[in-house]
Design a protein around this ligand. Sequence first.
Ligand code: ADP
Ligand code: X2W
Length: 262
Amino acid sequence: MKQLTIIKIGGNVIDNSENLHQFLLDFTALPGDKILVHGGGKIATELGESLGIEAKMVEGRRITDIETLRIVTMVYAGLINKNMVAQLQAKGSNAIGLTGADGNIIKAKKRPVKEIDYGFVGDLDENSVSAETLDRLLKAGLVPVLCAITHDGETQLLNTNADTIASSVAVAMSSLYETRLVYCFEKKGVLKDVNDDNSVVREIKANEFESLKADGTVQGGMIPKLHNAFEAIKKGVSAVYIGKADELAELAEETFGTKMLK
Ligand SMILES: Nc1ncnc2c1ncn2[C@@H]1O[C@H](COP(=O)(O)OP(=O)(O)O)[C@@H](O)[C@H]1O
Ligand SMILES: CC(=O)N[C@@H](CCC(=O)OP(=O)(O)O)C(=O)O
């Protein structure tokens, strides 16, 4: 089976031009087929605030009313996605920037209203990602760059967490490729002490996740990230890593960040 690397880059790195530049250089240098998935939550929050719209997050997910949907569409599908593509093109990567609506690559379902109304947030299931369409783009020599905007197939754009997109894309692609998934963010990996960058946990087994949550080692945005990472491993992705964006070059030596184990 051919190898494929899916890399997700978060908003804190996208917001730092030096780290982003180094990350995109390393991403371009990675051999083989690859797909980039990007977030940008921090930038959407800042733009919203400058327009007087305050961000509301529940369990790592943004409550997305119609005004917020406009903002995230402009920021993720426009500003960030197109700048990322232009930077990759300048570095020699033939990137093509896409939302889930383009080529019907990711069809989501609006999250049902229960105790909380998340608004225009899209959830994914095992049929959401078109592996065939992504495969056709890869075979054409293109590097897909996916943002956090999906659609429902009936004209409605939806906001889907980028960690979830990366995990679902990796699972779908693992039917066609030997797929590895890499979550890149601003820290060196999953840390024993979130304030000590030298406390990287090298490997985490799926059955250790609950106790890491319970004892407070992993908190906030790391909880859904690890959940998505273990979902990917469980559903056929061959390797999942979490580590620092501007250390991506170390992936080749296997000294990169934290590795998830079954
Ligand atoms: N044990 C941990 N190790 C590393 N980061 C952690 C840990 N626990 C919580 N975090 C927090 O999780 C954040 C990453 O989640 P998030 O902000 O959603 O990532 P992203 O930038 O990829 O969107 C880190 O910035 C960090 O503050
Ligand atoms: C529904 C939902 O929460 N969507 C996310 C999508 C962006 C994202 O995931 O960005 P980061 O990876 O930078 O956090 C949001 O709007 O924040």
